[in-house]
Design a protein around this ligand. Structure first.
Ligand SMILES: Cc1cc2nc3c(=O)[nH]c(=O)nc-3n(C[C@H](O)[C@H](O)[C@H](O)COP(=O)(O)OP(=O)(O)OC[C@H]3O[C@@H](n4cnc5c(N)ncnc54)[C@H](O)[C@@H]3O)c2cc1C
Length: 316
């Protein structure tokens, strides 16, 4: 075998596993389909969302609180393109940090999409169309997740968007409609509400951030209402449509009342789904459950005990 361990996916699950394997003396490779390392978290998740929350917190503090301290600002303005490019710099720094760690730990990095040929072999397709094969004694699958959607929603990625597009908008929405009251939606809604967007949240359950303690949801809702958020709780979205400039979202409340909300962007943040597309799991003899998650035991081993699966957090 060419490698003791091959890790597929370089998010926080994969890159940390690769480092540990290398530290334990195993000859390790990591395969990543994107150009930069770090996965969802570093590229289009935790890091960029926190970078924008940081910038917009400065803005809202300057707008609302400076006066009380005797600091007068005239013509305070949010420069969204500048905020986005700063966010990209932060992302670059952190992803380069991961590349440095790979070099330091002598981990072979290969960019391309991995797919199992059999339980000890993967085929890697690179962007230029080349295919190579690689063998390993053990594999760790750390391919993470993708934004989920609802079956009747067509994500056009221009007006009807996921968190990935919301992290790089070119203009501040006038009215951002968010489907789903989870953490990702509330974070990105806060970013744009602080910059002046009207934000409407439609949530199927009776509370926002429903996976957390209910009192936290209530407190968060109160503070977001101060930022010009409207909430439609216990509402089920049944239709989403868009034109080149406008989105229309139709929903129905628990008592059958219908609402129609028009905005310029609709962020669909109804959770994330495991990302195992085209991985060839059947060829490796691995099963998935009803949610699409790879089935593992308490040691994160699949039914094929040389293959492990890690990472991915359904709450985000
Ligand atoms: C907007 C947003 C904000 C978030 N904020 C937070 C936060 O504040 N705190 C927190 O704890 N979590 C947060 N999360 C969740 C966090 O990003 C994930 O839990 C985390 O990234 C999961 O790590 P992972 O290693 O399992 O997968 P990922 O980070 O998704 O990495 C998987 C990698 O595998 C690669 N890959 C997939 N298939 C293949 C293949 N066939 N071949 C090669 N490579 C492949 C992908 O390109 C990707 O780079 C946030 C997520 C989002 C979207």
């Amino acid at each position: 075998m060419e490698y003791d361990v091959v890790v597929i996916g370089s998010g926080p699950g994969g890159y940390i596993a690769a480092i540990r394997c290398a530290q334990l003396g195993m000859k390790t490779a990591i395969i990543e389909k994107y150009d930069s390392l770090g996965g969802t978290c570093l590229n289009v998740g935790c890091i960029p969302s926190k970078a924008l929350l940081d910038s917009t917190e400065h803005f809202i503090t300057a707008k609302n609180d400076f006066k009380e301290h005797g600091i007068e600002l005239t013509n305070l303005k949010a420069d969204l393109p500048k905020m986005i490019s700063r966010k990209e710099e932060v992302v670059n720094q952190t992803t380069q940090g991961v590349s440095f760690l790979m070099k330091k730990n002598k981990i072979k990095v290969i960019h391309g999409t991995a797919s199992f040929v059999d339980k000890n072999t993967i085929s890697i397709s690179s962007k230029d169309g080349k295919k190579t094969k690689l063998t390993g004694s053990k594999f760790i699958i750390a391919t993470g997740s993708k934004p989920a959607t609802l079956p009747f929603i067509k994500l056009d990625k221009k007006r009807i968007i996921t968190s990935t597009e919301a992290l790089k908008l070119k203009q501040i929405p006038k009215h951002l409609i968010i489907i789903g009251g989870g953490v990702i939606g509330m974070e990105l809604g806060s970013v744009y509400a602080r910059l002046g967007s009207k934000v409407s949240v439609i949530e199927f359950l009776d509370s926002i951030i429903p996976a957390m303690d209910k009192t936290m949801g209530k407190e968060l809702q109160k503070s977001l209402q101060k930022l010009d958020f409207d909430f439609y709780l216990k509402h089920k979205v049944y239709e989403v449509s868009s034109t080149s400039r406008q989105v229309t979202v139709k929903a129905e409340g628990a008592k059958g009342e219908k609402v129609e909300i028009k905005g310029d962007y609709c962020l669909v943040s109804v959770g994330r789904r495991p990302y195992t597309d085209n991985l060839g799991l059947d060829k490796a003899g691995i099963g998935i459950d009803k949610q699409g998650k790879i089935i593992v035991n308490e040691r994160l081993q699949t039914k094929n005990d040389t293959l492990y699966a890690i990472g991915y957090d359904i709450e985000w």
